[in-house]
Design a protein around this ligand. Structure first.
Ligand code: AMP
Length: 545
């Protein structure tokens, strides 16, 4: 009897870990530049060689403090080259990077740090005043390490000096062997109810996500890019771009403490940045600045991924036509590492008329290779891709969570056949382009008809006198809910409710027209810069026309 030679599984079982990214960058890109904006000083520059050496020293220092496999290392920090060092120092030694959102309430920060059981917290000196009052309640934290992020910053008593630790500790001589399923990082996401929930990223998820985001039809990241990090490194790992940047050996510029629109355009202008992502509210503010200060040149930027909330079509059009810069609409979630879809035109669409092309580009795009996506109605039936049928987006793939960390709320977020229920409502067109109509909680139900608040607000934001607009549901005795538009005029402009309604009338069905327009000074923002409609709903809950 002859035995058959083995045929399956003849490729190496090579673990997909961040150690590969780091070692690759250390060997291949030693001379490439990293820079951090230091207020009052300018860009503090270093190299990938410095990064590699300092990261290996930081890992050794953490080990000397007793940090071991699976221990959580929290960060409470702005975007900086030091934050990047922790991004690698913790996971490469087998520990877990936990980026804490600095903009949350003290109550949420306390909950998150205690729930994640962080053993060490690495904190920017400028942010220490937020943590100092609750330090005593962070029961699992044994050591606080402080980074001097501004000139003249002092290291508080009872904490350790990051720079001293890095300088004094010899580098890790060898990285431990890791499995690709080992936890590498974690982020908490704030839902509308209950406590924030922890999402734990494996090495494998970050590895594959970084490869996917580098693909030509996604972000097309390259060694030639100069990437500016404005998306906070505590928000879904800055969309995981720092990891992909190290994989590719790109030049990286970090926005530093609390960057304002002028700081951002100045960095783009001076450093000839080619790639910089941020949420729409940041680009709306930058547009207003560029209008007021036309001397800034941002034409070096080849791509601006924009997401986190819907990008208004008027903004895409303006950036391209006026500033010569292409915005790429993308959709994702903390639970998805975070990338789900990106909106690039297919080759068959490039010859379409302007109007049709922008209508497509304002959609959230098609799923990135690696992500399966479907829309499902309330009865659990998959909906057709007809551009009309609405349903909840459900996804699955190698960088999508399987379970939240230690949370009883996990179960109802997954379907019986293993898909993650995103809570976002969308339609899919026959070409597979996703158009988000709302978060389930933001949809407006008026007399049995659904009104997409996103549709109405992006229309309002196309009005030349409007800076920002948020549309919310207010209670109504007959129709149950009716839309109310909250509008912020551009600086120096006045606009009336009637002007806005006249502008909308030809574009909207009669029942979808907001009952009224209230003019407000600013749309409240969440901790990651999205419109906070919860606050507006509360403020206008008793509103009557
Ligand atoms: P987060 O986990 O904080 O990143 O928030 C994820 C949520 O942001 C998604 O579930 C969507 O509701 C929303 N979101 C992200 N990107 C977009 C987008 N391009 N358009 C509309 N909503 C978006």
């Amino acid at each position: 009897m002859t035995t058959k030679p083995p045929l399956d599984n003849l490729m190496m079982d090579y673990p997909l870990t961040l150690t590969h990214f780091f070692e690759r960058a250390r060997r291949l890109f030693a001379n490439k530049t990293l820079g951090t904006r230091v207020p009052g000083v300018g860009l503090q520059k270093s190299t990938y060689a410095d990064f590699a050496g300092r990261t290996a020293r930081l890992s050794a220092a953490l080990a000397a403090l007793g940090v071991g496999k699976r221990d959580r290392v929290g960060t409470f920090a702005w975007n900086s080259h030091r934050h990047l060092e922790i991004y690698f120092a913790a996971p490469l030694m087998g520990a877990v990077l936990h980026t804490v959102n600095i903009r949350l309430s003290a109550q949420d920060i306390r909950y998150i740090v205690n729930h994640a059981a962080d053993r060490v917290l690495i904190v920017d000196a400028s942010l220490w005043p937020i943590l100092a009052p609750i330090r005593g309640e962070l029961s699992t934290v044994e050591h606080v390490i402080v980074m001097a992020d501004t000139p003249g910053a002092t290291i508080p008593r009872g904490t350790l000096d990051y720079e001293q630790l890095v300088a004094a500790t010899p580098p890790m001589s060898e990285w431990p062997k890791l499995a690709e399923t080992d936890a590498a990082g974690m982020c908490y996401t704030s839902g509308t109810t209950g406590h924030p929930k922890g999402v734990v990223y494996t090495h494998r998820a970050i590895f594959l996500h970084s490869m996917a985001s580098s693909m030509a039809d996604v972000f097309a990241l390259s060694e030639r890019d100069v990437i500016l990090h404005i998306v906070p490194m505590f928000h879904a790992n800055a969309w995981c771009v720092p990891f992909a940047a190290v994989l590719n050996g790109a030049t990286q510029v970090f926005g530093g403490p609390n960057p304002q629109p002028r700081d951002i355009v100045e960095l783009i202008h001076q450093e000839r940045v080619t790639f910089v992502g941020a949420v729409p509210t940041v680009w709306i503010a930058i547009d207003a600045l560029l209008e007021a200060e036309p001397r800034w040149d941002i034409s070096s930027v080849r791509m601006i991924p924009i997401g986190g909330s819907a990008a208004p079509r008027a903004l895409l059009e303006k950036f391209e036509k006026k500033y010569g810069v292409s915005l790429l609409h993308a959709w994702g979630m903390t639970e998805m590492t975070p990338l789900g879809t990106v909106c690039r035109l297919k080759s068959s669409m490039t010859s379409l008329a302007d109007d049709e092309r922008y209508a497509i580009r304002a959609k959230q795009g098609i799923p990135v290779g690696g992500v399966d996506l479907r829309i499902v109605d309330e009865a659990g039936r998959e909906q057709p891709w007809d551009g009309r049928s609405m349903g909840e987006i459900q996804v699955r793939g190698p960088w999508i969570l399987r379970s939240y960390y230690d949370s009883a709320e996990s179960a109802d977020r997954f379907t019986d056949d293993g898909w993650f229920r995103t809570g976002d409502v969308a339609v899919l067109d026959p070409e597979g382009y996703v158009q988000i109509t709302d978060r389930t909680k933001d949809l407006i139900k008026s007399g049995g008809e659904w009104i997409s608040s996103i549709d109405v607000e992006t229309m309002i934001m196309a009005h030349p006198k409007v800076l920002e607009a948020a549309v919310i549901a207010v209670p109504h005795p007959k129709w149950v809910e009716r839309p109310l538009a909250c509008v912020v005029p551009r600086p120096g402009e006045t606009v009336t409710a009637e002007e806005i309604l006249d502008f909308l009338r030809p574009k909207l069905a009669r029942w979808a027209l907001p009952d009224d327009v209230v003019l407000i000074e600013t749309v409240p923002k969440t901790s990651v810069g999205k419109f906070d409609k919860k606050v507006l709903r509360e403020r206008f809950k008793d509103w009557r026309r």
